[in-house]
Design a protein around this ligand. Structure first.
Ligand code: GLC
Length: 645
């Protein structure tokens, strides 16, 4: 019996009420899908209109986002302010809750010409380095433990203070309001590429850091403005991606106001991948957006944002894009290479774990936030069905540990039948020699990807960590993932947390899979480089499993170098010893990732804004599916008994 049949069997019969016979795999779904297409095209028109109105409103400088009412009529009294206001002149910014003060102060320190830190800041930074060095020296000379502890605390505190200063300097403003953070503010790099943009995925740790500090405005603005971008029509060679796709990044541009040479206006210019290197569509953006939206509501207590009609529509558009039927046999999302944090060719096309973990997490978050209304019943049903099928698929087929590896090693192949054990026809020779050595006796992990006759056995960190945080992995699997991290500390953490994946592609494999990418050489960048930003996802996963000491240890490792090294984007070599060859310095998500890790370790209860758990309905549905597991019950007879249309 095939997986989808098992799913059908469970979802159609065995699960009480929550799941009806018209599951996402059934005939009725095609009707649902076509209805939805109609709705979508109508929506497209109305959202376009909304954008047009929005841009004209913005010309008048009305803070539409703050009003909470889309398309509110422009207030002519604001006309002057916006016309004269340039992106850099943000003094006078106020925020509703009084948090605006520091934005004003820090905005003054921005160099408006090229976005680099201005001189006083650089000096301040050098002073700080000097102070830290003095602390280090004192520490090494001191035989007194208490004194050493005190100095350690001072130096750690100064790293945190510095990180906050840098994070605040990275804030990008739009019409006077904070709206996101720039990807990197590296004064040593002449070639900015797109690092001067606000990346959706990069902003997540920044947003979380601000939320945890009680500074909610920037996150609220980010959520609402990126929502407006969702409806932009961007094309590449006459083709446009599906509505609901969120951009990878956007930039605030100051352009001359039509018909008035003396005035300028600000516009948001999104990149959906049509300008990105490699032209990759960011599948993860919308998923992260949903996760951040839930975190915003949970942390601030302000549910009015997620309840807004336009926000609800935005959630549904993302979900529909993900849930839409295609040619797939699997419940996992089928994507091209480079559609997530790894945004270059690295052989992750197909069903990469990172996207599946974010997909699962976003489905759970959306399920919590979607307002119950007649129009969304079909969507909710499809969402529930997908959640169960997805978790079953990943837990069952992506999981490897010693036991499973030994099973694969002894697989029979070419099994044509409904009850094949080796469903994907994996040839045992696929088990690479590195894995035989690497797999610890205690521990396991979710593999990177699964396709017919192919298991990508590489360990991908973000996918595994977020599977723990979101509950895509079972509790046992989650503990086993952390066990593996502990057992493989020298490979995954070593000199700097955390390897993006393990091991590196080398030799001919590197040539063929990456296209001989000089940026992704072995043990560099996406090809098993170490990315400090991953500290925050590691911390969330460890806190969820009540093992925060693992994350604390990793943070300590990072603290030894990260500030002295000027907050690099990534590190190279097997043990993460060098600052990455082409690594940006002052990379915002390295800074924010560190801060989120520190804030969460200081108050682990706050991690609940990011953690999701299965509720009893899903657990029930899942256990029904397990009992229909083809490994236990085989043959088509069972299917006939319970398959109700
Ligand atoms: C690189 C990373 C990507 C990140 C971007 C901006 O392209 O691969 O994940 O979003 O830089 O920092």
């Amino acid at each position: 019996m095939g997986t989808s049949e098992a799913v059908l069997q469970v979802l159609s019969g065995a699960v009480p009420r929550l799941f009806h016979s018209d599951s996402c795999f059934s005939m009725s779904d095609s009707i649902y899908a076509s209805k939805f297409r109609l709705k979508c095209s109508r929506k497209r028109a109305s959202r376009c209109l909304q954008f047009l109105k929005c841009s004209s409103v913005l010309q008048y400088g009305v803070r539409e986002i703050g009003s909470g009412v889309p398309n509110k009529k422009a207030d002519p009294s604001s006309l002057q302010i916006c016309k004269c206001q340039k992106s850099e002149s943000v003094s006078g910014v106020t925020t509703e809750d009084g948090n605006g003060a520091w934005f004003v102060d820090n905005a003054k320190n921005l160099n408006p010409i090229n976005g680099m830190m201005n001189a006083p800041n650089v000096l301040e930074f050098q002073d700080l380095q000097h102070l830290k060095q003095e602390n280090e020296d004192l520490k090494s000379n001191s035989a007194n433990g208490t004194l050493r502890d005190t100095f350690h605390k001072i130096s750690v505190d100064s790293i945190e203070d510095e990180a906050w200063d840098l994070l605040r300097e990275s804030v990008v403003y739009y019409c006077g309001s904070p709206i996101g953070t720039i990807a990197a503010k590296d004064p040593t790099s002449s070639n900015t590429l797109n690092y001067d943009q606000v990346f959706i995925r990069d902003f997540i740790p920044s947003g979380i850091a601000f939320l945890l500090k009680g500074e909610y405005d920037i996150v609220r603005n980010f959520i609402l403005h990126t929502l407006q971008l969702q409806s932009w029509e961007k094309t590449m060679d006459c083709h446009s991606p599906g509505q609901g796709l969120m951009p990878a990044s956007f930039k605030v541009r100051t352009v001359p106001l039509d018909g008035d040479d003396s005035a300028t206006e600000e516009v948001l210019d999104p990149d959906f991948g049509e300008a990105a290197i490699g032209r990759v569509a960011p599948v993860d953006s919308g998923l992260w957006w949903i996760i951040l939206l839930r975190a915003y509501g949970k942390c601030s207590g302000d549910l009015s944002v997620q309840e807004r009609v336009d926000v609800q529509t935005g959630i549904k558009m993302i979900l529909r894009l993900c849930i839409a039927d295609g040619f797939d046999m699997f419940p996992t999302l089928l994507v091209t290479d480079g559609s997530c944090m790894i945004d270059r060719r690295m052989g992750i096309h197909g069903h990469p774990l990172e996207i599946q973990a974010l997909f699962y997490s976003a489905l759970l978050c959306a399920r919590e936030m979607l307002a119950p209304e007649d129009g969304s019943a079909d969507l909710l049903r499809a969402l529930n069905n997908r959640l169960v099928a997805l978790s079953f698929h990943i837990r069952e087929y992506y999981w490897v540990d010693m036991k499973k590896l030994n099973e694969i090693y002894r697989y029979k192949t070419e099994e044509y039948s409904y009850d094949a054990v080796n469903k994907f026809n994996i040839y045992p020779d696929q088990i690479s020699p590195w894995l035989v050595e690497w797999m610890p006796n205690k521990g396991g992990y979710l593999i990177g990807n699964l396709q017919p006759a192919h298991m990508d056995f590489r360990f991908f960190s973000l996918g595994n960590l977020w599977s723990v945080a979101s509950g895509l992995a079972t509790m046992d699997q989650s503990h086993a993932i952390l066990d593996l991290i502990e057992a493989k500390w020298v490979d995954l953490v070593a000199g700097m947390p955390f390897k993006i994946c393990y091991p590196a592609l080398e030799g001919q494999e590197w040539q063929i899979i990456t296209g001989s990418d000089p940026k992704n050489t072995p043990w560099s960048y996406h090809n098993a480089g170490a990315w400090p930003t991953l500290l925050w996802q590691l911390t969330v996963a460890c806190i969820k499993m009540d093992r925060p000491e693992i994350a604390a240890k990793a943070v300590e490792v990072a603290e030894k170098r990260i500030s002295q090294d000027k907050w690099p984007e990534y590190y190279d070599t097997k043990r993460g010893r060098f600052i990455g060859k082409q690594s940006r310095l002052f990379q915002t998500w390295s800074i924010a990732g560190y801060l989120v890790a520190k804030l969460l370790l200081a108050d682990p209860s706050k991690a609940k804004i990011l953690i999701t758990e299965e509720d009893s309905e899903l657990v029930n549905a899942f256990s029904c599916m397990i009992s229909a597991n083809p490994r236990r019950k085989r043959g088509r007879k069972d299917l006939k008994q319970t398959y109700i249309v």
